[in-house]
Design a protein around this ligand. Sequence first.
Ligand code: SF4
Ligand code: SF4
Length: 358
Amino acid sequence: MSAEKPRSPIESGCPDGFQYMHPVMRKNYGAWKFHEHPKPGVLRHVGYSGDEIWTVRVGTQRILDIFTLRELCDIGDEYADGYIHFTIRSNVEYMVSDPAKVEPLIKAVTDAGYIVGGTKNSVTMLSHTQGWLHCDIPGTDASGVVKSMMDELIDEFRECNMPNRVHITTSCCQINCGGQGDIAINVQHTKPPKINHDLVSNVCERPSVVARCPVAAIRPAMVNGKPSLEVDEKKCICCGACFPPCPPMQINDAEHSKLAVWVGGNHSNARSKPTFQKLVAAGIPNNPPRWPEATAIVKNILKAYKEDAQDWERINDWIERIGWPRFFEVTNLPFTKYHIDNWRGARNSLNASTHIRF
Ligand code: SF4
Ligand code: SF4
């Protein structure tokens, strides 16, 4: 074993990212004149200084083992000026300042089994939450859904055939870190939690669990002489928010935890206003290891979008133009009573306030 002492942890937040940037990017930071897209997976940025930098984007599965990471870094050392960069959607980007290095770099990554793409009007890599890997409340393995879907969408990652960019996200619970996406695949619990009353008094801080419920469906109760909780199942919206602070309120269920597909979410306000995503398919089986039902719905939506949308329309713009009834027609998705938000207990402010609830 090496006698080298491990470095002390940095306790003051993220290290300064500039030290890891390619020197040409550092020099031209905030001073780029234009950029272009010579081919799928490749970007060329030109600065006011006359410098240029070429970026090659490569898809990864996000959760990387150490061997894969070393392999990607070795490619960066040998073919890409020694720099590597991860995007928020788990793509790796290599940057080179010499255009002659672009093709050898692409050959090196594709020979190693990776895919170049994900730029401009493609389906870029699905972003996913942590799932079973290091979270304590997931109802599915988000990374598994990503892998299965990207296997089917690989050509849409490699090519730029969509009307505009498509961001797809997954989320392995209903309440926390899933993101907004043009298409989002989210867990959907369909039954209230089952309470293990023997454990509640030992494990849960009951006032915080009661406070956590967005619809005030949880009440303190005495069960078998022990302090516990009870759920008003008529009010419960099966969100799962009580499960993290109180694991004895188990909501994950092999049969009743489903997937739902939402569309039209967009954070950006570059061309149109940001939009919330809306539910278009519910009760989809949470069916590992390949999730064929959810994948078929996503492919179907993408096919309709590709055929029907005008150039540069994102999915939300496309639906805005054609209208929701037409969306359900062209995608052949059934419109059911579950698509209508008519729940009277929702109050006007359900999950719509900026207050953080613990
Ligand atoms: S989406 Fe939910 S279950 Fe998944 S990692 Fe985030 S908090 Fe955990
Ligand atoms: S699942 Fe959600 S709505 Fe139902 S009791 Fe728990 S916190 Fe309340």
